[in-house]
Ligand binder design. Structure first.
Ligand code: 5AD
Ligand code: SF4
Length: 453
């Protein structure tokens, strides 16, 4: 018998990638493999990559360069693998550019990791699996991988977990590489998702985030998997799982956020009053060139409707500044939209050309220094607004789902804000998984601290 193979996984990018890495780790746990925490101790180092912006991609190349040095120095890792969006985008070119890479796994192929690893073990120098098909069927075993792992048994199941409900994207926003790297939208079967949630909740998970590039189109494209059911039906079904205390989802496309979904916020007590609704820009001309399929007015209309249905809902968003042709007036419209909505938080990025995306061919590229200037202005405004939300909190009591309880407790509010807290008068802290009321004592620009009574 051969010794157990050791694998080190490093993940870049979004929650989707985090979940994919988790699935790969779960698959490896079922064959003769063990995860290790340093690359020098690994037979295989697998880098799960992101190519959403050029900066993300460059980080991957610099890590690969570093791993090549580690290998030269320690003779380990034996093999270097690249998975995820950069793997899909670059394919064989990755090996040409970095011959030290042995394994390239595309975004629909990571389920095959054990088999691909076995091929390396049998002496193949380069193994490449890149098929990306609109007829891809998400392997039906994902939910079954969720029986407790040894790590969970030792430390207790995580309070918060992600459940993937679909892969890919059909929207083709003109700046975005995702439809090329992750392929067409494919939904997982309704029953598998429910089963996965049940398994996780049975193990002690209390908060589930349903994940997809555009969850609102769940079930719309490949109807076989979801049957006639759509995303709001899925939310309603998941919300019924006994023992689940909080439900979230990400990400939503504003053009597909319909009234049925909005009503779920009013209807389902476990659905957290928080939504991530990427707007990207406040200028209709820019939104049109981005191919977003809505106007700033339509977006604001949905925000009003959400707030009417669920007055305490908080909103988060994404912005891109410096999209090709973005004028000062366009950017001013983005700042106005930010001030009108007053997002509780936002992620903002400088536009980055992606080779496969249409906008890379658009004229009137914005110089880097102008993009940096706009980003700084936007972030300054957002920080003021976020701090204002925070400053309203001291003295108020918020509901916190406890995620860890060491010396201090840590958990999140329904609006997804992290709260650090202590117990009043020497009581023991509540265990992870408990829903408790915490009085907020202090609010910094990015942190909240409080007391549990
Ligand atoms: N340049 C900059 N930001 C981008 N995003 C997606 N593609 C690009 C790009 N080419 C941002 C969008 C999206 C988030 C995940 O990343 O804001 O919502
Ligand atoms: Fe990219 Fe647009 Fe799809 Fe989001 S909806 S993944 S931004 S193409």
């Amino acid at each position: 018998m051969t010794a157990a193979k050791t694998v080190f996984i490093r993940t870049f990018g979004c929650q989707m990638n985090e979940r994919d890495s988790e699935i790969m780790a779960q698959l490896l746990g079922r064959c003769d493999c063990r995860l290790v925490s340093v690359p020098e101790a690994a037979d295989l180092v697998l880098v799960n990559t992101c190519s959403i912006r050029d900066k993300a991609e460059q980080k991957v190349y610099s890590l690969l360069g570093h791993l090549r040095d580690v290998q030269a120095k320690y003779g380990r890792p034996r093999w270097l693998g690249v998975a995820g969006c950069v793997a899909q985008q670059e394919g064989e070119r990755l090996i040409e550019r970095m011959p030290v890479v042995n394994l390239v796994i595309g975004t629909q192929q990571f389920f095959r990791l054990p088999e691909l690893l076995a091929r390396l073990e049998h002496g193949e120098k380069h193994v490449v699996a890149l098929d990306l098909s609109k007829d891809f069927v998400i392997p039906p075993f994902q939910h079954l991988l969720n029986s407790p792992s040894r790590a969970d048994a030792a430390s207790g199941a995580p309070v918060q977990r992600f459940v993937n409900i679909m892969q890919g994207c059909n929207n083709f926003c003109s700046y975005c590489v995702v439809p090329y790297t992750r392929g067409r939208e494919i939904s997982r079967p309704f029953a598998d998702i429910l089963e996965e949630v049940r398994l996780l909740v049975d193990q002690g998970t209390r908060e589930i985030t349903l994940l997809g590039q555009n969850v609102n189109s769940y079930g719309k494209t490949n109807q076989v998997a979801a049957g006639p059911r759509r995303f709001p039906d899925l939310l309603r079904a998941v919300a019924q799982v006994p023992g689940l205390k909080r439900l979230r989802f990400t990400t939503s496309h504003p053009k597909d956020l319909d009234l049925d979904l909005m009503r779920c916020f009013a209807e389902l007590p476990v659905l957290c009053p928080h939504v991530h609704l990427p707007v990207q820009s406040g200028s209709n001309a820019v939104l049109a060139r981005m191919n977003r399929g809505y106007t700033a007015e339509a977006y604001l209309g949905k925000v009003l409707e959400l707030r009417r249905l669920k007055p305490d809902i908080t909103l988060a968003t994404d912005f891109i500044v410096g999209f090709p042709g973005e004028t000062e007036a366009d950017f001013a419209a983005t700042l106005r939209l930010l001030e009108t909505v007053r997002f509780a938080s936002s992620f903002s990025f400088k536009y980055s050309d992606r080779p496969q995306a249409r906008a890379s061919q658009f004229p009137d590229k914005i110089p880097e220094d102008a993009k940096a200037e706009r980003l700084a202005q936007l972030q300054e405004k957002q920080n003021e607004i976020t701090f204002e939300y925070n400053r309203a909190l001291p003295g108020r009591t918020v509901e916190v789902l406890v995620e860890s309880a060491g010396e201090n407790g840590q958990g999140r509010t329904p609006g997804n804000r992290i709260v650090h807290f202590t117990a009043a008068s020497g009581q023991a802290l509540p265990a992870p998984g408990a829903l408790v009321q915490v009085r907020i004592d202090r609010a910094g620009p990015h942190s909240l601290t409080g007391t549990w009574f």
